[in-house]
Design a protein around this ligand. Structure first.
Ligand code: SF4
Ligand code: MG
Length: 314
């Protein structure tokens, strides 16, 4: 609720603060239990920072994060550590997030140990279970990350995240580094796991087709702000925000007869250290009006759970 994360920009010989980057600038949304909420946007739009702020891996500058109705914004380290059982993260690059010197057994066993599974036998049993759950063989337990393919490594990352039966998993571009052919296998696995264990995902990606594949609901971010959010089919069939419309118009269609008009956006994404006034999208919006330069549009529900931040709908 009202989540903000500003990073100081340092410069000059003395490394003084010369400005700030508004990586996340007043973002509010809810994720329902058992739901997969996709968050999509170009790189630098603040989606990863949003995800990490939810877990407080990054301390938010302002705003509040509630988990199961409990405000977790001000929990101390120890309280937060306990809660981490319930809230996990899966990273984009499984290779970078898995210690290359540790066996799979050690990698998956570590969160178990941290959260009190003291018996080695019990851990072994659980590790075996987890490997099976993500489609790997128990014999893989003694191997090292480099002995696996990218897709297999992401399975290990998923097994580690599942170790303590979490409720919420922040998935930060978990398939972006994988070959397209492997992507759908991992997405299908993640969907199955959600159903099987009643997990909740915040699924972050820059690829609209990936988000479409897996999400129940989708939010679109631009320059640190949430600009649109709706149920998946509604968002893809009936995008309201001009930015969403442009993003979707750029997705190639498989059927050439269904050729659609591409909306070409002028210019690059402005710097988040100096975002445009009013609606941050006004410098590139094909439908910008005078008010758009002056007034920041509110993120408001239009109909049936479809939220949009745009003066065209006010
Ligand atoms: Fe475009 Fe104005 Fe809507 Fe922003 S508020 S998306 S500039 S029409
Ligand atoms: Mg990112």
């Amino acid at each position: 609720n009202g989540l903000k994360k500003y990073f100081d920009l340092k410069g000059g010989v003395f490394g003084r603060k010369v400005g700030e980057v508004k990586a996340v600038d007043d973002v509010s949304f809810t994720v329902m239990e058992g739901e997969i909420l996709g968050i999509v946007g170009e790189s630098g739009c603040g989606k990863s920072t949003t995800g990490k702020s939810i877990l407080r891996l990054i301390e938010p500058t302002a705003g509040e994060v509630k988990f199961e109705d409990k405000d977790i914004t001000n929990l101390n380290t120890e309280e937060m550590r306990k809660l981490r059982r319930d809230m996990q993260i899966i990273f984009q690059d499984p290779y970078a997030s898995l210690n290359p010197r540790h066996t799979v057994e050690k990698i998956i066993g570590e969160p178990l140990l941290v959260h009190g599974v003291k018996s080695k036998e019990e851990r072994k049993k659980r590790i075996k279970e987890l490997l099976e759950v993500v489609g790997l063989s128990p014999y893989h337990a003694s191997r090292y990350p480099h002995q696996f393919s990218g897709g297999q490594r992401q399975r290990i990352g998923i097994a580690r995240a599942l170790a303590n039966n979490p409720k919420l998993i922040i998935c930060d571009e978990p398939v972006s580094a994988l070959d397209v052919s492997v992507q759908s296998q991992i997405l299908n696995l993640m969907q199955d796991l959600r159903d099987r264990f009643n997990l909740t995902y915040v699924f972050i990606a820059h690829d609209l087709s990936v988000v479409k594949h897996i999400s129940d609901r989708v939010g679109v971010m631009y320059l640190g702000r949430m600009v649109e959010m709706a149920n998946k089919d509604e968002l893809y069939d009936n995008p309201k925000h001009p930015y969403t419309q442009a993003l979707l118009s750029a997705v190639p269609v498989p059927d050439p007869d269904a050729e659609k008009d591409r909306i070409i956006l002028e210019g690059d994404v402005p710097s988040p250290s100096n975002p445009p006034s009013g609606c941050a999208f006004h410098t590139r919006c094909p439908r910008a009006m005078d008010i758009c330069k002056e007034v920041r549009p509110k993120f408001e529900e239009q109909e049936n759970n479809h939220f949009v931040a745009c003066h065209l709908y006010e």
